[in-house]
Design a protein around this ligand. Structure first.
Ligand SMILES: Cc1ncc(COP(=O)(O)O)c(C=O)c1O
Length: 445
């Protein structure tokens, strides 16, 4: 394994190294056939040798690269602007920057972070419709011109703070088939857009496009079709009012794990069909999207430590007159929970269930016990799983949890003084070399 210092591993091309090498970005390159699993084993062993049980993540950048290639294959006309809010780990931003994506930032802080990691302002969309004045001024001062709006008051603020902004009108869409519905909070209704656009004209503001977000955990591809149809309608109104419309932003809401694996393919086909019908390539309209979850969901694996254990005696007594039998319930306490990395269990309707598994090898025949896994804090909502059948664990054992990249590290707290899990970004040497070759021949942008 080799540290990415920017000198040792790749000499052929500097561009990817320049993007991925910085003080903030500590990527390990896995050499000599080392796998992510080997890396996790080593980290756990290392921690054991220094009596350190702190939870950690491994961020698998290969997974993000694969997702990007899949995006380019499935949605070739749609340029992704990664939603920084989903996971703001510097290595994630830098990897995506190296892959040539743009970025959706929701605040001054996110813009600041992207710029500090080498993202150029023309690759940022400030995709929040209710912005503090000071954040709009910051965007203006740093050359971030592209931003969304959905109300007259926002137009007034923008005309005061960034009169030269390039505006994207966010519309509300039918998101009734999504697990996280955003159109109840954001987006102009179709029957209000004409008035809004007229107001933008009066204020001498430049509106260049339309955006929407179908919500997270969208289960119906026709939602995208309808939203693209609605966007076409708004383009037509805006064109009649004299605006030079040239950008369509189809938002986020993409996933490719579990049940959504097939859906991504299906969604892509529906989106491509609707784009070709309503915004054909010769229309000159640039199509972008704001995927968050899609890029990072499967890239992060969380390793947690069993810090305490007890048998649920009350439960046994209540149901079995104190005799031990198969309904015994084990209680385990791990060092990360719903106030930390596992907050999705209570905050994110798309990921309310996680499936921890033992890091150490387990025989298939080993007896399993009904178990509850709790997080470390003093709060009883800090529960990870209930009625979970696993072999008996010992204090000090490690559990792994996959698919922990979305809305985990960016939402975490330090409630009760428990520290956030450290993040180790890794990339295999094969992917690292491929990335450099791709850059050399400009085939990933
Ligand atoms: C404006 C906007 N864009 C993009 C996203 C990313 O959505 P997802 O992670 O579902 O792709 C969100 C998520 O809330 C959002 O609010």
């Amino acid at each position: 394994m080799e540290k990415n210092t920017g000198h040792e591993s790749v000499n052929t091309n500097r561009s990817v190294m320049q993007v991925l090498s910085s003080e903030n970005c500590d990527i390990e390159i896995l050499e000599n056939g080392q796998t992510i699993n080997n890396f996790i084993d080593n980290k756990i062993e290392e921690r054991g040798s220094v009596d350190n049980e702190e939870a950690f993540y491994v961020a698998n950048l290969d997974s993000m690269f694969e997702r990007h290639l899949r995006w380019l294959t499935n949605l070739p006309r749609v340029k992704p602007f990664y939603a920084v809010k989903c996971n703001n780990t510097p290595a994630v931003i830098q990897m995506l920057s190296a892959l040539g994506t743009g970025f959706d930032c929701a605040s001054k802080g996110e813009i600041q972070m992207a710029l500090s990691l080498g993202v150029t302002p023309d690759k940022i969309i400030y995709a929040h419709t209710t912005k503090p004045r000071s954040h709009i001024k910051y965007a203006c001062a740093h050359g971030v011109d592209l931003m969304t709006f959905d109300s007259e008051d926002e137009l007034l603020k923008i005309s005061e703070c960034h009169a030269k902004a390039k505006l994207v009108l966010r519309i509300a869409v039918d998101d009734s088939n999504s697990l996280v519905r955003l159109s109840s909070k954001f987006g102009a209704r179709l029957d209000t857009v004409e008035k809004l656009l007229e107001r933008a004209g009066e204020l001498d503001l430049e509106v260049i496009g339309v955006s929407f977000h179908v919500g997270s955990g969208c289960t119906d591809s026709l939602t995208f079709k309808q939203a693209i149809t609605d966007a076409r309608h708004v383009f037509d109104i805006a064109s009649l009012l004299g605006f030079q419309m040239r950008l369509l932003d189809i938002g986020g809401g993409f996933s490719a794990i579990g049940d959504f694996q097939m859906k991504f393919q299906e969604f892509s086909e529906v989106i491509n069909g609707a784009l070709d019908k309503f915004f054909p390539p010769d229309s000159g309209v640039q199509i972008i999207a704001e995927p968050g979850r899609y890029y990072v969901e499967s890239a992060f694996t969380l390793a947690v430590n069993v810090i305490a254990k007890r048998v649920d005696i009350d439960h046994m007594a209540e149901h079995n007159n104190g005799e031990e039998n198969s309904s015994d319930r084990m209680m385990y306490y791990i060092n990360d929970g719903v106030y930390g990395s596992l907050n999705t269990i209570i905050n994110d309707p798309v990921q309310t269930v996680v499936a921890p598994y033992l890091h150490k090898a387990v025989e298939g025949s080993e007896q399993r016990y009904r178990s509850v896994i709790w997080g470390p804090t003093c709060d009883s909502i800090d529960k990870i799983t209930e009625n979970y059948w696993i072999p008996e664990l010992d204090v000090g054992d490690w559990l792994l949890i996959d698919n922990m990249g979305a809305y985990s590290v960016s939402v975490t707290t330090t409630f009760n003084g428990f520290e956030n899990a450290q993040i180790y970004p890794v990339v295999t040497a094969e992917t690292w070399h491929t990335l450099n070759l791709c850059h050399t021949y400009s085939i990933i942008h």
